[in-house]
Design a protein around this ligand. Sequence first.
Ligand SMILES: [Zn+2]
Length: 127
Amino acid sequence: MPHPLSAKRHQRFREAVFRRDHGLCTLCGLDCGRLQAVLDSDLYRYHYNEIRKILREHGLPAPARGYRVWQIDHVVPITRGGRTLLSNLRLLCLTCHKAVTKDLKKQLVTVPDKIRDLEINRAHGQS
Ligand SMILES: [Zn+2]
């Protein structure tokens, strides 16, 4: 899906959400700002595999070098009419964002079933 925002506007939203949420994942509370600082340091360069292993063992995001440990998420997804407003955005660590996105996809898979149920109900004279 193409991103509806320009890169510059997107960046502004990212910064505003990060500030408002104090760099914390709004689901698990991970201090993404602190973790990012570690991953941006030389320590991560020299001990890349060891640090990634520790992060994974603790269920924490372990992105490749140069990538962020957090993303902004739409509370009400765009696919459900959610808008890109500060009030509908939240900071999530990569791990939580992945889980939320997976759940959403799982829910969307059931949409054809729900539509089919509507057809069946209509056939039986219910509305
Ligand atoms: Zn999280």
